[in-house]
Design a protein around this ligand. Sequence first.
Ligand SMILES: Nc1ncnc2c1ncn2[C@@H]1O[C@H](COP(=O)(O)OP(=O)(O)O)[C@@H](O)[C@H]1O
Ligand SMILES: [Mg+2]
Length: 298
Amino acid sequence: MRLEAREVRVHYRVGGRTLEAVRGVSLHVDRGERVGLIGESGSGKSSLARALLGLEALAGGAVQLDGQPMHGASRAQRRRFQPVFQDVGASLDPRMRLRDALAEPFEIHSVPFDEAKLAGLLALVQLSPELLGRLPRELSVGQRQRVNLARALALEPELLLLDEPVSALDVSVQAQVLNLLQDLVAQRALGLLVISHDLDVVAHLCTRVLVMYAGKIVEAGPVAAILSRPRHPYTRLLVESRQRLVEGKGEPPSRLEPFPAGCAFAPRCPLALEKCRTEVPALGGASHRSACFVSGGD
Ligand SMILES: Nc1ncnc2c1ncn2[C@@H]1O[C@H](COP(=O)(O)OP(=O)(O)O)[C@@H](O)[C@H]1O
Ligand SMILES: [Mg+2]
């Protein structure tokens, strides 16, 4: 199975102006592959995620699952590609007992199930079947995120998209959920697209990483290369600061102004040349790619 996005664009209309959230992103994820997408808050990761799932209209480009468009995909096709979102609270109906929340995917897709199947789903995410009668508010945040994961796994998808899967969790619970995810992905040979502003999450789960800045992919390569030898000045900043210092080092461009000509990172970039302010660098290179005139790909 292959998820493929080509030159995807997502625009929003805000107060009569156009906000270009995703500005021509291409990527692919094959079955069994684990790909991470990192970037600061506001870089367009969730907009891209919704576009990949066929939930956000495309202002340009195309998204395909095994060559079939995701927009207007059949239910059978959607079953194969399931999301888990960050917003643990909002994903579960507060009035629905876990039994019913877990039954929902089967009911929506008219797939037969029984109590043992639901208990099995809870076991899969290392929760006790005794929780089937509980309401979401009677669970911890970490347990709720496991239930979300169980729901996403109910119909045996081939590809999971995780958007900030552990950002709402305490650090100790994060590690547990990440280990659980790692086991499940290995057991089921799942493809994975993990979106996070946290490099450690992606380093834990993924083999290949894409770095997004201001709606574009600026660097792509094997996780070890990105972490130990980042090329793009933005990725270097991310890796060096592990996110914490980025705030002090300038701001991403305002999304409502027209983009500056040239590289969107140039106004913050310590290495920027004159050319960087007038021309947009392409994502060059083979296995380790970088969209930078100063430090390009291999
Ligand atoms: N539904 C929306 N309407 C208008 N603007 C949006 C909407 N969703 C996201 N944005 C804007 O698009 C940009 C990218 O946001 P988002 O995709 O959520 O980024 P990330 O997930 O990387 O934090 C931000 O400037 C954000 O404010
Ligand atoms: Mg987001």
